[in-house]
Design a protein around this ligand. Structure first.
Ligand code: 1CP
Length: 358
């Protein structure tokens, strides 16, 4: 065990009674911060930033230093795994992530190998070690991965997509190939997360950004079953079993009960979910994380306080059977957000949430 100075986030994830609601924000290190843009410029490009542990450390700590958030999240990206598998990730300005060598055939799937986390992904593990050292136990460090379905979507589409026609085409026309791909990605994710824990990650987050694009039956088959394997693998590993794991399916509000049944510790909620309703459905089984609309952060500080209070009130009092709440946005903070609003958000949650923890 470590001597964390602020362990509120981890105590909440363990389901303990706490004095107030902890807060961290998806994409808290990012383009809305001038100091992030400066470091990124210094790095030259996004991937160099991710692959240079000292710079990744610098941007991880920027929002912690500036806002006093209750957890830090590793600065990296979900697309590191496919990059390490040889798909060659590039981040094109104004376009987003693109793979030079996307998956285009069954032979491409057959040729994929599981990356060694300490070799091809060693820069991520080094970043975690450097960040843990620099954090000096001020707040816990969150490690993360994309879900197998979300990673496979980018690998097959070759970039972001609006209609997911290639990955869904594969799923409907060659389900066996799709499952083969998802299994290789899942095995890679499991090794990657275990290595993140061994390197110092203190909790884990699985981002299933595109699971919500599926029908319920296909979500169960092609996304949830693989996330479930990940949770089981982490929970049955003696070195990882005490590390909390949170699943976030954007657009997954329909499936909270199914997600909670995986045995994960927490569920991320997007802003379309009514948090009071989510609490009534699964709040006695899992911690809920979320879920203010990120666009509020592009408006004014009054709106930020108002909407933050609405989320806190929505979760309401923390009763003896409620697992708990971690404040977050319902998706990543956007590049258009005003940094002053982040200050206001953190203050609002930190100063006004103790009344719900009596
Ligand atoms: O500087 C830049 O121009 C790059 C923008 C950027 C940033 C800041 C990208 C490219 N990735 C990141 C960092 C990042 N990505 C983090 C860092 C830690 C933090 O939260 O502070 C994390 C956790 C991610 C995770 C991620 N990347 C997800 C899952 C969460 C989510 O937002 O849904 C996804 C889908 C990605 C893919 C990706 N990488 C970058 C972009 C712009 C995208 C989205 C592309 C798309 O919309 O399809």
């Amino acid at each position: 065990m470590t001597d964390l100075k602020n362990d509120l986030y981890l105590r909440t994830l363990r389901g303990e009674k706490v004095e107030r609601t902890p807060i961290w924000v998806m994409r808290q290190a990012g383009r809305y911060l001038p100091e992030y843009r400066a470091t990124r410029k210094q790095a030259g490009d996004f991937l160099t930033l991710c692959k240079t542990p000292e710079l990744a450390c610098e941007v991880t700590l920027q929002p912690i230093d500036r806002f006093g958030l209750d957890a830090a999240i590793l600065f990296s990206d979900i697309l590191t795994i496919p990059d390490a598998m040889g798909l060659e990730l590039v981040l094109e300005e104004g376009v987003g992530p693109v793979f030079n060598k996307p998956i285009r055939s069954a032979a491409d799937i057959d040729s994929l190998g599981i990356p060694d986390p300490e070799q091809e992904l060693g820069y991520v593990m080094n970043a975690i070690r450097v960040i843990r050292h620099a954090l000096d136990d001020r707040v816990p460090l969150i490690g993360f991965t994309g879900s197998p379905w979300t990673l496979a979507s980018y690998m097959v589409e070759g970039s972001g997509s609006k209609d997911f026609r290639r990955i869904k085409g594969l799923m409907f026309e060659s389900p066996e190939s799709a499952h083969k791909l998802l299994q290789i990605v899942t095995d890679s994710v499991i090794q990657y997360l275990k290595a993140q824990v061994a390197s110092g990650a203190q909790s884990l987050m699985v981002f299933d950004t595109w699971g919500g694009m599926l029908s319920t039956e296909n979500y169960k088959r092609f996304s949830l079953s693989y996330m479930s394997q990940i949770v089981s693998a982490i929970k049955s590993d003696p070195l990882c079993s005490s590390v909390p794991i949170v699943l976030f399916t954007k657009g997954g509000g329909r499936w909270l009960e199914l997600m909670a049944d995986t045995g994960c510790d927490g569920l991320g909620l997007d802003w379309t979910v009514d948090i009071a309703d989510a609490k009534a459905r699964v709040g006695d089984k899992v911690i809920l994380q979320g879920n203010m609309d990120p666009v509020v952060m592009n408006t004014g500080p009054e709106q930020v306080s108002e909407q933050a209070m609405e989320v806190l009130l929505g979760y309401g009092n923390h009763g003896p059977n409620d697992k708990g709440h971690i404040f977050n946005l319902g998706h990543g903070i956007q590049p258009f957000a005003h940094p002053e609003n982040m200050q206001r958000l953190v203050q609002t949650v930190q100063a006004n949430s103790s009344q719900f923890h009596t």
